[in-house]
Design a protein around this ligand. Structure first.
Ligand code: LRH
Ligand code: MN
Length: 408
């Protein structure tokens, strides 16, 4: 039987990192719809993220994107976040929005452009130092559109060189998360198209280089939880960029398009021992054996959201997303692991599947309501937000200035 106290302890300790850019305007190439009350600067973005923390208790940090979140004084920004009860999470480099990067950034045939791109990555490590962030998130839009456009191996050599330089710059307790993506904005090759390429580069560098799995970056039909299980087994899963999609990199709310897939992914995390009650996680022996600190950095697995709320209100969109992760996590924690193991080891195919489906088909919402109320919060964050009047307040206050967006 599953230990409910342990399940509650894991859920109470679960922390999700929110993307600053989810609070800004976003859209598609067809249209970016502006919304009232959208932040004008990183300070306001962090204030909105802190609302999600206040209402859920499950938000640890806000990840920043540079230059979208560039400020004069990063120490002041970090202090502002701390005052509001959140930390600064992963610093996302951006080498995909400058004319120089037409043919790539760190893989560009032109050494001047490669130098410029690498310098931006190094600047992002400076920002980690200034904000106390422990993670640099590296996604490269680099790739080609036509066969023959460039030499695949030469581009991999250039990428490896830039990654090695950044790796050497990382300080103690810091690491980078290398993100892969099958296609877009390049449509013939992406230089980091899949988990294997990201894994190969990270394995070649060392323990501070980890792979991040963006759930929207795979070919349709890809068994993402298999990749997750593999990376966890290899001690190379640094984190997730959670979102969901029906077709491509739709960046919809996590769990919205395929809640069963999210459950299966978190089932692998629980199975690998990286979603543990604090008591187990803080006991290095248990944690070590169970893999909670599976890369020796003490950072474990980071659970980031990477989403765009093109048509829905931004803060409620983040609230719903955090709740979707909590619900999928609770279901994964409720899997009767000893019964599952018995069925698996005795070749009881249907029995084993039934154990998993029992957990997945469990309504965990009452458990999460109880958890929030035990933490002194309203059991229904969406209703609490609607009652708070925060949306009306920011719509009234945030008049004038330029609303934040992707700045594309
Ligand atoms: C690329 C990506 C990456 C971010 C961007 C906002 O598709 O997933 O993680 O830099 O979205
Ligand atoms: Mn991403």
């Amino acid at each position: 039987m599953t230990d409910l106290a342990a399940v509650r302890a894991v859920l109470a300790a679960q922390r999700i990192e929110l993307p600053s850019w989810a609070f800004g305007n976003s859209g598609t190439r067809f249209k970016v719809f502006a919304q009232q009350g959208v932040p004008r600067d990183p300070f306001e973005k962090i204030a909105d993220a802190a609302q999600v923390q206040a209402l859920t208790g499950a938000v640890s940090k806000v990840s920043l994107h540079i230059p979208w979140d560039r400020v004069e004084d990063y120490g002041r920004l970090a202090a502002h976040a701390a005052e509001l009860g959140v930390g600064i999470g992963a610093i996302n480099a951006n080498v995909f929005q400058d004319d120089d990067y037409l043919l790539g950034s760190v893989t560009n045939p032109d050494p001047r452009v490669r130098r410029r791109a690498t310098d931006h990555l190094l600047e992002c490590v400076d920002i980690m130092d200034a904000t106390g962030s422990a993670e640099l998130k590296l996604w490269f839009s680099d790739g080609t559109n036509y066969p023959g456009q460039d030499d695949v191996r030469a581009r991999q050599d250039r990428l490896a060189q830039a990654l090695a330089e950044v790796y050497a710059r990382l300080g103690d307790g810091q690491r980078f998360l290398l993100e892969y993506k099958l296609f877009e904005p390049a449509f013939y090759t992406m230089d980091v198209p899949d988990w294997g390429t990201a894994f190969a580069h990270c394995a070649a560098l060392g323990p501070k280089a980890m792979v991040v799995v963006d759930t929207g970056h795979h070919a349709p039909g890809t068994n993402i939880e298999f990749i997750v299980a593999l990376l966890l087994r290899a001690g190379k899963l640094g984190g997730f960029d959670f979102n969901s999609r029906f077709y491509a990199d739709d960046d919809l709310m996590v769990g919205a398009a395929d809640p069963f897939q999210l459950f299966r992914i978190l089932h692998e995390c629980v199975g690998a021992g990286v979603l543990l009650p604090p008591s187990a996680a803080t006991d290095p022996l248990a944690a070590g054996q169970a893999g909670a600190d599976h890369d020796g950095s003490g950072l474990g697995v980071s659970y980031l959201l990477d989403q765009c709320h093109n048509i829905e209100p931004k803060i409620p969109g983040q609230l719903r997303s955090v709740m979707n992760v909590q619900e999928a996590t609770a279901k994964a924690l409720l899997v009767d692991r000893s019964a599952l193991q018995v069925a698996q080891r005795s070749g009881d195919v249907l029995g084993a599947n039934a154990v998993l489906m029992d957990a997945y088909n469990t309504d965990v919402r009452p458990l999460l309501v109880e958890l929030r109320e035990a933490g002194g919060r309203d059991g229904d964050p969406m209703a609490a937000y609607a009652r708070s009047g925060y949306a009306q307040r920011i719509a009234a206050e945030r008049v004038g200035g330029a609303q934040a967006g992707w700045g594309a």
